[in-house]
Design a protein around this ligand. Structure first.
Ligand code: ADP
Ligand code: MG
Length: 724
């Protein structure tokens, strides 16, 4: 075994779990202690300031300068008492991740000293040097600057010694340069549309919230292994590596005991999360070795998404403390499952009703069916766009590759709900619908729907968009994604659908139809028209791919092509009507996505080329030389060494293939780099560069199997993937 690798493995074997100081007190005591939430606000703000801020948070009332100064002063005092000496606007640029620029609270006092200050102006607005964040040309066309502005609906928090203020990031002309602006717009669009529809059923509803409960999957690996794999360091994944003899076949990792070192990491992470007000709840092993999942209790989408963004940063930090690296890449290892981020999504009213949960009365159930059907219909109409919202260079290794979920968006409802919808669609208006011997769902006409009990065990793990009893679970989201992108499309599509629904129903009522009858008629049509998106079978099967194509669902697997769905007329119209994106914004953002795709594949291609040429080929040649030497000497002694000669021939074949494959890849890259148009460039990278990776890798992995282990420098899968 190579000396370096040997040393690393020795280090890993000798590592013990990092001691974790048990948190002081109970979770209920330290939960949110690093958040400027209602409790801290009450303590650090005077009554008038507090009331004004709550009014802003709840009703969007603009703040006066004086109130803003009051808030800033209270916030600073709280932050300093909790160890902070700097503050930053914390925003979510299109590069992914979060961005921050720290400023200290101190300012010269004009008399040779300093004093601490933080004004309302600094709280509300900052001008980060925006030129290095992608804008898809928006800032060039209009104004070179961008600015960040406070989002009071998501509370400020402290990380280490910095007060972080969640902000939006916009250009001077008001275009969104981040994920938060369109997310907030989509939240308000679905609120408006859903509230209007709720009023058919309950006039007391004034607001509808969209909720998100994410489940974050990730891999953990020892940091010395990570450091010795340049592919992992630079691209977040292994670009080569022969499968371990044992990986996930036995499925013994899932729900198995969590290794001690990992447990110490998780406890530390959870403590940090709880202090930051992230309501983490569930932790467990995932299917692949070294793969884990963390899930919180669901929250309003904007806050939930901020918490997920924050979690990803905190995870990285805590992992380093424990000498781990956390891998959020969607597919760090070949041959075992990749990581996703399930987005559990639902809508709920300010009167406390979950609109995607069956109710107890006929009216409640009609309301439930209304929201269910409108969601399905929205997903049907925009299935290609919804897929585009989660498509990326990294997530494409999951979607449309050989693993779940497939690159086709369909929805699974379960037998019961499916049957209910089919009966509804087929039934004539007056026909009594009796369904299920257990009287689970019985209906006479429409005005008598008693209760629906949902069987939660009725699950389909292969569906990318599954109804799971009181919510939809969107499983195609990538583990490294910003959840906002998927939530923006979903919220907007549902808002648009509900708006049209309301118009249609109102028109029928205006023509004299009774309200329930009008609703029923429109729903019937929608159920029939969206039938194609419903699929209860195995989403991973080849038959489904063919069937889905026949049904007219979007089956595109190429990321650059799929991203075009953002610019379809139907998408531009929908985003425009709902006030979520202008055409300029859509064009700019799609441009950024293509560019990001190009950059990622470009980096991967360079890393693969470098490793192939300066690790793999030299190692193979060294071993080949040893064998050649041996074969020659044996021949001198008059002995035949056919197996050595055969091995030499194989090594030679693989190295030649690697060398020629790498040259072809470099040539393809050069050609692609000459293309100006970003879409065409991305297509070239997809069609002529990325396609070559697998073949080069195949030869490298074959060499790994036959070359002397002592010469091999890169840690192998079997060494990386099992934390002891
Ligand atoms: P599973 O692995 O079975 O999907 P988990 O417990 O891992 O279940 O995750 C379920 C997620 O769904 C959690 O984040 C939970 O908060 C969230 N969730 C539950 N109910 C709702 C709801 N009504 N709306 C949105 N998210 C929800
Ligand atoms: Mg789930």
């Amino acid at each position: 075994m190579g000396l370096l690798r040997f040393k690393m493995i020795e280090t890993v074997m000798n590592r013990s779990a990092v001691e974790v100081t048990p948190p002081a007190g109970r979770p209920s005591e330290y939960f949110g202690s690093k958040v400027f939430g209602r409790k801290a606000m009450r303590k650090y703000l005077d009554r008038r300031t507090y009331d004004a801020l709550v009014d802003t948070i709840e009703n969007g009332t603009p703040l006066t300068r004086e109130i803003a100064d009051g808030i800033a002063s209270g916030m600073r005092q709280w932050a300093m008492e909790h160890g902070a000496d700097h503050y930053t606007h914390w925003f979510q640029p299109l590069t992914g991740g979060t961005a921050e620029k720290h400023d200290s609270f101190t300012a010269p006092d004009g008399q040779g000293g300093v004093l601490e200050e933080f004004s309302g102006k600094l709280l509300i607005q900052q001008e980060p040097d925006a030129s290095s964040f992608p804008s898809g040309g928006i800032r060039n066309t209009f104004e070179a600057r961008g600015y960040s502005a406070w989002d009071p609906t998501s509370p400020a928090f402290i990380v280490d010694t910095t007060l972080c203020i969640p902000t939006v990031f916009i250009s001077y002309t008001g275009e969104a340069l981040d994920y938060k602006v369109p997310l907030l717009r989509s939240i308000s669009a679905v609120d408006k549309a859903a509230t209007e529809v709720c009023r058919y059923f309950d006039r007391n509803v004034n607001r509808v919230f969209s909720y998100l409960g994410w489940e974050q999957e990730y891999f953990l690996i020892d940091e010395s292994m990570w450091a010795a794999r340049p592919d992992m360091v630079l691209t977040g994944r292994t670009m080569m590596g022969h499968e371990s003899a044992k990986n996930q076949q036995l499925e013994d990792h899932y729900f198995g005991a969590i290794p001690l070192r990992v447990m110490a990491f998780m406890r530390d992470l959870e403590y940090e999360c709880l202090q930051l007000g992230i309501p983490v709840k569930t932790r467990h092993n995932e299917v692949a070795p070294n793969q884990f999942e963390l899930a919180p209790v669901y929250e309003e989408v904007n806050l939930a998404n901020d918490h997920n963004q924050l979690l990803m940063t905190v995870m990285d930090k805590v992992a380093r403390r424990h000498r781990f690296r956390v891998l959020l890449h969607e597919k760090p290892f070949k041959g075992v499952n990749g990581s996703g981020k399930h987005n559990n999504w639902s809508l709920g009213t300010d009167t406390g009703v979950n609109l995607l949960g069956p109710g107890h009365t006929a009216l409640e159930n009609l309301q439930f069916i209304t929201f269910l059907v409108n969601t399905i219909s929205a997903v049907h109409k925009h299935n290609g766009l919804l897929k585009a919202s989660v498509m990326s260079a990294t997530n494409s290794h999951r979607l449309g590759a050989n693993e779940a979920p497939p690159a086709i968006i369909s929805t699974f409802l379960g037998e019961q709900i499916s049957a209910v919808l089919d009966k509804l669609a087929a039934g004539s208006d007056d026909e009594a619908i009796r369904f299920d011997a257990k009287s689970v769902f019985r209906m006479n006409g429409i005005s008598r729907i008693p209760s629906i009990f949902l069987d939660n065990t009725d699950r389909n793990r292969t569906s990318p968009f599954a109804f799971t009893g009181n919510r939809f679970e969107f499983r195609a989201v990538g583990s490294s994604d910003n959840c906002a992108e998927a939530m923006i499309v979903l919220n907007t599509a549902v808002a648009n659908e509900l708006t049209e629904f309301r118009k249609e129903v109102d028109a029928k009522i205006a023509e004299g139809a009774k309200k329930e009858r009008a609703i029923y008629e429109v729903l019937k049509r929608k159920i029939r028209e969206s039938r194609a998106v419903r699929f209860e079978g195995n989403g991973y099967s080849d038959e489904w791919r063919e069937e889905a194509g026949r049904r007219g669902l979007d089956c595109e697997t190429s990321t650059p092509e799929n991203l075009k769905r953002y610019l379809d007329d139907s998408s531009v119209r929908m985003f425009g009507d709902m006030g979520v994106y202008t055409r300029v914004e859509l064009e700019a953002r799609t441009e950024v996505k293509w560019e990001t795709y190009v950059k990622k594949v470009q980096i991967e291609s360079r890393v693969l080329g470098d490793l192939a040429m300066n690790h793999i080929v030299p190692i193979a040649s060294k071993y080949e030389a040893v064998l050649l030497d041996k074969a020659c000497r044996m021949k001198e002694l008059g002995m035949m060494s056919t197996s050595d000669v055969e091995l030499i021939r194989r090594i030679q074949e693989h190295t030649v293939s690697i060398q020629s494959g790498t040259s072809r890849m470099i040539e393809a890259r050069k050609q692609a780099n000459r293309i100006e148009n970003m879409y065409e460039k991305a297509v070239a990278y997809h069609d002529s560069v990325a396609v070559l990776f697998d073949d080069i890798r195949k030869h490298i992995d074959s060499l790994e199997e036959i070359v002397d282990d002592q010469l091999w420098t890169l840690p192998k899968y079997r060494e990386i993937m099992f934390i002891k």
